[in-house]
Write a protein that binds this ligand. Structure first.
Ligand code: SF4
Length: 336
């Protein structure tokens, strides 16, 4: 795990107290105080919590799988041309603390929840796979690579994908670890998708995440080890001087990552659902990135049409000049 995370309290649902994964996770935190609970919601859904404040000293909750754990992909997410696009939340919340993260607008708590009954989630995916090929994002509501040392979920999912030919998985990350490549099982249908942001954006808004160079080095190492790697210039964040800042980021990317060996790229600017932004603004009253006067359009906030177009087109065109053969996916607003 990047940086040693300590959880002062670990809440455990009684029904998973003896689950092998519970025992394994607990072994990493011998100093944490363990509190048994009936249901994770008793802690996670408590009224009057501040997700932003709780991020400063996160507690951990270990819980049984929910009744439903696999969902159709949300319209704000890039589907990379896949017809059957799903995501799963085998954990809720993240060790990182990006200021613009929609999770603070979505969840009532900043505490980290790990659903330890991964096999039940696998069974749900298998039910879908019996009907059609599935493209599954497993690291949207968290950063699974950042917590690989405590939960080993990237390993477990990679092994699961290797056994299911019609399953493709995306693991989205801002993690900069390079040592994991020696341990993770390699599967050509498990894509490690690095969110690439300019260093000034990382410093200002992506608290706790890996620096740009570290992310790029991790991506380059992944490629060198034969893992499929995707680079996501998404979400692009508007900051004064964004043209130069994003140009510098691309120059740095070219220096470190062999772009011709990147599986594909995505480009998209910040967007968020109306209700999440409302909550997020309450959580982050002083944040420039969150308080920006976005445009509301059919339930989603984003930059104005002209700024969105300028930011995304500039990046797509520059990327196209650097890697003419690149497969670039640009997020497009769904039609009604
Ligand atoms: S890495 Fe992703 S999930 Fe984690 S805080 Fe940042 S935006 Fe949220």
């Amino acid at each position: 795990m990047e940086g040693q995370q300590k959880f002062r309290h670990i809440y455990i649902e009684k029904r998973v107290m003896d689950h092998p994964r519970t025992r394994e996770i607990l072994a990493h935190f011998p100093e944490s105080r363990v509190i048994l609970i009936d249901h994770y919601k008793a802690v996670f859904n408590r009224r009057g919590q501040s997700a932003a404040l709780q991020h400063q000293s996160q507690n951990l909750i270990l819980a049984a799988a929910k009744d439903t754990n696999v969902y159709p992909g949300a319209p704000v997410c890039q589907d990379f041309g896949n017809a059957h696009f799903y995501y799963t939340s085998c954990t809720m919340n993240c060790l990182y603390d990006c200021e613009y993260c929609y999770l603070k607008g979505m969840y009532p708590s900043g505490n980290l929840v790990i659903f330890v009954e991964l096999e039940k989630i696998f069974a749900e995916v298998e039910a879908l796979l019996s009907q059609f090929p599935v493209y599954l994002c497993i690291s949207y509501d968290t950063d699974l690579l950042a917590m690989e040392d405590i939960a080993h979920y990237c390993t477990a999912w990679s092994e699961f994908a290797a056994q299911h030919e019609n399953l493709t998985i995306e693991i989205r990350t801002k993690c900069g670890r390079t040592d994991l490549w020696d341990h993770l099982p390699r599967c050509e249908r498990v894509i490690f998708a690095y969110t690439i942001s300019p260093e000034p954006v990382i410093l200002a808004y992506e608290h706790g995440t890996a620096k740009l160079d570290n992310r790029l080095e991790a991506a380059a190492e992944g490629i060198a080890h034969g893992f499929p790697v995707r680079l996501c210039f998404d979400p692009m964040i508007y900051v004064p001087g964004w043209e130069e800042i994003y140009h510098d980021m691309l120059v740095q990317t070219v220096k470190i990552v062999p772009l011709s060996r990147v599986r594909d790229f995505s480009v998209g600017s910040f967007r968020i659902s109306e209700s999440y932004l409302k909550n997020l603004r309450r959580q982050e009253p002083d944040s420039a990135v969150v308080q920006y006067p976005f445009t509301l359009d059919r339930g989603y906030y984003h930059y104005s049409q002209s700024l969105t177009e300028r930011m995304e087109r500039t990046l797509v065109e520059e990327l196209g000049r650097m890697v003419p053969e690149a497969a670039v996916f640009r997020w497009e607003e769904p039609n009604e």
